[in-house]
Design a protein around this ligand. Structure first.
Ligand code: BGC
Length: 423
């Protein structure tokens, strides 16, 4: 039986500037250089399967952690979009790199604006709807050096950039995503201390998240002021489907707290100022606290369908549960990211099909889902993990920069072209 998706459903894949373009100069570029050696040493103490170590670069090599020329998508976007078209994708999500547009505070680089104009043109001329993300993890170095999101001028600076970009592309772009995963950025930066600015300060974390929420709300208003009603503006957030392993009170309580923090902070602060919810869905977590052995929560996963190369559980039903939870907000939803690191391309077809079947079930049960973006269009620079995780529908050879269409991409193409999936 065929499971049909609604007419006009958008099918595509996503990338972000720093992860694919190459040649960026932003706060991440500086951080990578500082961290590359220590990240490769940390990797040295872990066990890696041969098929990961055989690839270039591998996690033991410092160059794995430096984005450098990445996929050189900055120069090869035309070819790349030819592939997206060939694969039947009718939408594409990418980000405009703030540090390229405003390398110095208040000075906009017109040549870079023209570059993105060509990128947008290249998509539109291929019949692919562009989805622009205005902020995907990176900042101009001046912004971070000045104090990042905790500096009193942070919101104003970001809105200046938004004003500029949106005015430039108001006739070309309908779909705008203000922020990608603000909660992740704040948690990694101010709680887990694993990314910029590597602090552990819960108060700063909450403060930064509030600033980001307020900035989203004002950016939403600003974009509508510039473009009017035809702009469709949202955010993308990574939400987690939490369950408790059993009915024991400490597990139930831990689940409540984590759910409150991960899923109920940012979204309620911005829900009145959004035309859609962008769901980045990767994680399911079954909470089982064991205070007697170590005071650590962990996910008790049965892993029936296995895990990705990064050890992330494959649990397709989770996306359905999350979508059902989002129904209460009564907003259209785009799946702005969902995908798997799978260098051997053995699980990707199953992953895509299973998640899409559960998405279809959510649609049948009344969730207003408008589109799906596989993460990622091509292999890319996976932040502090570097290049080794292979999320792409397209394989990238980082020595030659040659692109190869993975077999799973062809299966996804069938879904995109037919707007349906077999059951
Ligand atoms: C981010 C991407 C990242 C992906 C896989 C998302 O959280 O938006 O930039 O590559 O997850 O980890």
């Amino acid at each position: 039986m065929e499971l049909k998706f609604p007419n006009g459903f958008l099918w595509g894949s996503a990338t972000s500037a720093h992860q694919v373009e190459g040649g960026n100069l932003n706060d991440w570029t500086e951080w990578e250089k500082k961290m590359a050696n220590s990240l490769s040493h940390i990797a040295d103490s872990k066990k890696w399967p041969d098929y990961i170590l055989r690839n270039y670069p591998n996690p033991l090599q410092p160059e794995n952690y430096i984005s450098g020329r990445a996929c050189d998508h900055y120069n090869r976007y035309e070819q790349d979009f030819d592939i997206a078209k060939q694969l039947g994708q009718n939408a594409h999500r990418f980000s405009i790199e703030w540090s390229r547009i405003e390398p110095e505070e208040g000075k906009f680089d017109e040549a870079e604006i023209e570059h993105y104009r060509k990128v947008i043109q290249a998509l539109k001329s291929r019949g692919i709807e562009p989805f622009v993300t205005l902020w995907h993890y990176t900042h101009p170095s001046w912004f971070t050096k000045r104090g990042g999101w905790l500096h009193p001028e942070a919101e104003k600076s970001f809105l200046n950039f938004v004003q500029k970009i949106v005015s430039e592309f108001k006739n070309e772009i309908s779909f705008w995503i203000t922020f990608n995963e603000p909660e992740t950025v704040v948690r990694h930066g101010y709680i887990q201390a694993i990314r910029i600015p590597q602090e552990r300060n819960i108060f700063k974390a909450f403060k930064a998240l509030k600033v980001l929420a307020r900035t989203h709300n004002n950016a939403y208003q600003l974009i509508h002021k510039i473009i009017g009603d035809k702009a469709i503006v949202g955010f993308a957030e990574s939400l987690v489907f939490f369950e408790s392993y059993n009915r024991w009170p400490h597990n139930l309580l831990a689940k409540r707290i984590l759910n409150w923090y991960r899923n109920k902070q940012f979204v309620p602060m911005v829900i009145r100022n959004t035309d859609f919810i962008g769901l980045n869905y990767y994680f399911h977590s079954r909470i089982r606290l064991n205070p007697f052995i170590s005071w650590k929560w962990f996910q008790y996963n049965e892993n029936k369908l296995g895990v990705s190369d990064m050890g992330w559980e494959i649990y397709p039903q989770g996306i359905y549960e999350m979508l059902k939870i989002l129904k209460k907000y009564d907003k259209p939803v785009f799946i702005t990211e969902n995908g798997i690191a799978d260098a051997k391309d053995e699980k990707r077809v199953m992953y895509i099909k299973e998640y899409c079947r559960w998405i279809h079930k959510a649609i049948e049960e009344g969730v207003d889902i408008k589109g799906h973006f596989y993460w990622s269009f091509m292999d890319n620079f996976e932040w502090s993990d570097g290049f080794w995780p292979r999320f792409g529908l397209i394989e990238v050879d980082y020595k030659t920069l040659e692109r190869k269409i993975r077999p799973s991409a062809l299966e996804y193409a069938k879904i995109c072209k037919n707007n349906s999936i077999d059951n």
